[in-house]
Design a protein around this ligand. Structure first.
Ligand code: BEZ
Ligand code: FE
Length: 278
């Protein structure tokens, strides 16, 4: 037995893991300790820096509430959310890719009829979203719940502005029929900053990073017998596509936005989703 030292730190700490520890927990914690100690040695972390980090994490916890999850935001801006998502959602060629879920989904949005308008505040440039939900062989899938949400024309989700925006503004759920088709009217989404008035926003500012996400429409696409799809479609040409604050953009998720002449909406955004069986 040797006492803790700089040289043996990782082995000493991990040597305390008991023999009856759950094997997966032992693997994860031993790796975490190894990487954490290597990081501290790599940068030669000072006492002041560690004290600052503890203060930062404390403030991150203190700002969390039922409405705000600053730790998830921290994970998002560090690319951790997207990395965990990528590792856990490796999909075959042709399947629609996942991206970050984000904090603004609300369960049990109203079920609407195909073609319905989800924009209740009358603001923004109207857009028809339509397409099909298909399996990997190109067959339409019936009974799919297409749950959609976006910000409003001013860059805020309804839940960020209770009492200002109508409840369920720019949200809804649509259930596909035998043709696998979905369609709804919303707005062409706009770019917006993630909540940046807390420790994560301060960190971004100190790192010279902006807090903006490129304009996107969120989708949660679920059907019995198929993997859950959490994704967005992005507006091509958005200035933040290559610098998304949370690294959510993928080439295949950039959707067409076509201007419509003399139609009911100013824009049309066609996009098909392809689901993978469980
Ligand atoms: C969003 O797209 O709604 C979002 C994602 C990650 C962090 C903040 C917002
Ligand atoms: Fe969003």
């Amino acid at each position: 037995m040797s006492y803790f030292s700089e040289a043996n730190s990782t082995a000493t700490v991990n040597g305390r893991i008991g023999p009856d520890t759950d094997p997966r927990l032992a693997t994860v914690m031993a790796s975490l300790v190894r990487h954490l100690h290597d990081f501290i040695k790599d940068v030669g972390l000072t006492q002041e820096e560690w004290d600052y980090a503890i203060g930062f994490l404390t403030r991150t916890g203190q700002i969390c509430s039922a409405e705000r999850q600053e730790f998830i935001l921290l994970s998002d801006v560090l690319g951790v959310s997207m990395l965990v998502d990528a590792i856990n959602n490796r999909r075959p060629e042709g399947a629609t890719e996942n991206t970050v879920f984000g904090p603004f989904h609300v369960m049990d949005a109203p079920i609407r009829q195909m073609g319905d308008n989800i924009t209740l505040d009358g603001k923004g440039e109207s857009c028809l979203f339509e397409g099909r939900v298909l399996d990997l062989d190109g067959n339409p899938i019936e009974g799919v719940t297409v749950d959609v949400w976006s910000d409003n024309a001013e860059g805020y989700y309804d839940v960020q502005q209770p009492g200002i925006q109508p409840k369920w503004n720019n949200r809804g759920r649509f259930i596909t029929g035998p043709d696998g088709r979905y369609s709804f009217r919303g707005i062409k989404p706009v770019a917006y900053p993630i909540p940046d008035d807390g420790p994560v926003g301060q960190m971004l500012a100190q790192l010279g990073r902006h807090p903006y996400r490129p304009a996107h429409m969120h989708y949660l696409v679920t059907a019995p017998g198929y993997q859950r799809l959490v994704t967005h479609t992005f507006v091509g040409g958005d200035e933040y596509l290559t610098s998304d604050a949370v690294f959510g953009v993928k080439d295949t998720l950039i959707a067409p936005y076509e201007q419509v002449e003399g139609g009911e909406t100013l824009w049309r955004s066609p996009y098909d989703f392809v689901l993978v069986p469980v």
